[in-house]
Design a binder for this molecule. Structure first.
Ligand code: DHE
Length: 559
């Protein structure tokens, strides 16, 4: 059965491979076909926020019945069984004020009914995934010796954008100079992020189904040279960036099983798996502590591995894989995404459902600060700039509140010494037009801070970006109507304007217009100085574009 998990259709294979301890006393009955449908939809749409075992993280606990005792000894009980089918259908269809998005434009009425019944039954437990399973899934399509020895194309590789085409399970490589689609390659399902090798030659992607794909940009056309599976659910992948280790290792973070896996950077041969199961910062055992963001340090042979449910940040020393050393730093539960501060010494990571941002000092290997913020910070990688009043700041938007939080970050640079008193404080909260922000972005050469709101339920917010003037943050932001600028017809489904990425020179901002799963979408490119539309990149094959990763900016962590 595990073998089937390795195939291209891992999602349906996963459904079949799940443990059959499913029927829950008192839960609505389901046919085998409905269970399979529910399992597939749950994996594709729900597991990311609620967890495979449904214990909750960014989203609420969805076990059929749960009991909690708080610090004062007060016991609360709840669960999906108590809520019942009709109430659950409403929540799934229309969302909640707590941040759950509506699915009435994505799922049919019948699918919503299946999901309402499915989550009243006992969660499925997918199988584990061993080093042997990884090895069995490993495909070395082109061995290193058979690859080109020099760049065989004339593309300016540093300005290529690796673009996720979410629902088609593909990656579009777009030439940033000509803005032509260079190639579209098959990858894992709903690729989450792309990272570049330290040399900039290889692109590594990871799909939600755990499939890692390694693409060589030196061929005439980008070519997949290796692939491997990390498990059945994953979100992060990162290279080794420290001097002497360039292109040597790759690490992948699993949602299921909860573990990180180290691979050879040139071939993807699996080398080591490290489980992240264990106690949370509160000292309670958690069976599913998923690996969220991973970044590579520029100053040490180390990865910063953020473990969501435990709230522990691991500094993993990759200089001796056989005798692996980890520093484990306590922060706050529900670690998610984050990015470097402007000195690249501190890693800033959102503990999203704890409403905090943790800052790790990668020089000393200690927690530098735990900063309280408004509800559900969601930085992406965040944005660094010099605030006119408070000096260097790192910015995060919020899924759950109408602000962008600016946190003062320290530096040894004497010219900013006068701002020391503000360090690790929230120095300003910029007002936004509502909650539902996912990404903020700027560039060292830009004087603008771009913010999206794709998870806001209002069309007027979800389809636009707001641009703040960093030189004068008291000015109201400029609204950029990305959907209108795309020139594409209005559709019933919202076309979410999501994720901004600068080009290599920091003169253009690329924004994805993420439409329905069968609608033609676009990447809309703006001139950062004038905020004027520069180009609409669209094509019948441009379906559900989301994250975009400029080769140079990703290699050097420019944001
Ligand atoms: Fe993401 C980054 C997890 C939903 C687009 N997302 C990340 C990271 C994690 C994560 C852990 C950090 C990776 C890193 O830096 O190593 N994302 C999750 C989820 O668990 C969640 C909430 C639900 C799920 O089922 O996956 C989720 N994410 C989404 C989306 O729905 C988005 C908007 C569209 C899509 O493509 O699926 C989305 N996530 C992104 C993007 C990044 C990302 C574009 C990288 C941002 C960057 O600039 O680095």
């Amino acid at each position: 059965m595990k073998k089937a998990l390795l195939g291209v259709f891992a999602v349906s294979a996963l459904t079949v491979a799940m443990s059959s301890a499913f029927a829950q006393e008192g839960a609505p009955a389901m046919t085998a076909a409905e269970k399979e449908q529910g399992s597939k939809i749950y994996f594709e749409r729900c597991a990311g926020c609620h967890g495979v075992l449904r214990k909750g993280a960014t989203g609420k606990n969805l076990e059929p019945a749960w009991k909690k005792t708080d610090k004062e000894g007060k016991v609360t009980e709840g669960g999906t069984l108590k809520l019942g089918t009709a109430r659950l259908e409403k929540i799934i269809a229309y969302g909640t004020d707590g941040g759950m998005v509506n699915y009435d434009d994505i799922l049919t009425k019948e699918e919503i009914n299946v999901m309402a019944r499915y989550i009243q039954n006992t969660p499925d437990v997918p199988p584990e995934f061993s080093l042997k399973d990884m090895k069995d899934s490993w495909k070395l399509v082109v061995p290193v010796k058979d690859r080109p020895t020099k760049q065989m194309n004339k593309i300016n590789l540093a300005n290529v954008f690796a673009t996720t085409l979410r629902d088609t399970g593909e990656l579009a490589l777009i030439d940033g100079d000509t803005k032509e689609i260079w190639s579209i390659l098959k990858t894992g399902y709903a690729v989450h992020i792309s990272r570049m090798s330290a040399s900039g030659r290889y692109v590594y992607t990871v799909g939600r189904d755990g499939l890692v794909t390694m693409i060589d940009l030196w061929y005439e056309k980008p070519t997949t040279v290796a692939s491997i599976r990390l498990g059945s659910d994953a979100r992060s992948v990162e290279v080794s960036k420290f001097k002497g280790y360039e292109d040597k290792y790759l690490v992948g973070g699993g949602y299921w099983p909860p573990q990180y896996s180290i691979m050879d950077g040139g071939t993807l041969e699996p080398l080591k798996i490290v489980s992240t199961r264990g106690a949370t910062v509160d000292g309670e055992y958690h069976p599913e502590p998923r690996v969220a963001s991973i970044v590579a340090s520029h100053i040490k042979p180390e990865w910063v591995v953020n473990v969501k449910e435990t709230g522990m940040i691991k500094l993993v020393d990759y200089s001796d894989i056989a005798n692996l050393k980890e520093i484990t730093i306590n922060s706050a539960k529900f670690l998610h995404d984050g990015g470097w501060d402007y000195t690249k010494r501190y890693f800033m990571v959102a503990a999203n459902a704890s409403n905090k941002v943790a800052a790790v000092d990668t020089k000393t290997g200690k927690l530098a600060a735990l900063v309280d913020t408004k509800k559900i910070p969601h930085p992406g990688r965040g944005a660094n700039f010099i605030h006119p009043k408070f000096g260097p700041v790192w910015a995060t938007g919020h899924l759950g509140d109408a602000v962008i939080t600016l946190i003062s970050t320290p530096t040894d640079d004497k010219k900013y010494a006068k701002y020391k008193e503000y360090n690790w404080k929230v120095v300003e909260e910029l007002k936004t037009n509502g909650a539902g922000n996912l990404f903020v972005k700027t560039h060292p050469k830009s004087t603008h801070l771009w913010a999206d709101m794709p998870m806001n339920p209002e069309r007027d917010n979800a389809e636009v970006n707001y641009v703040y003037d960093i030189k004068d943050l008291s000015k109201p932001p400029v609204k950029i109507d990305v959907a209108k600028d795309s020139g594409l017809p209005v559709t019933k489904a919202l076309r979410r304007a999501v994720h901004q990425e600068f080009n290599k020179d920091g003169t253009e901002v690329w924004i994805s217009l993420w439409g329905g799963k069968t609608d033609q979408s676009a990447i809309v490119v703006y001139d950062d100085k004038t905020l004027k539309l520069k180009k609409v990149i669209t094509d019948p094959k441009m379906i559900t574009p989301t994250g975009k990763f400029n080769v140079y900016n990703t290699m050097h962590d420019v944001f």
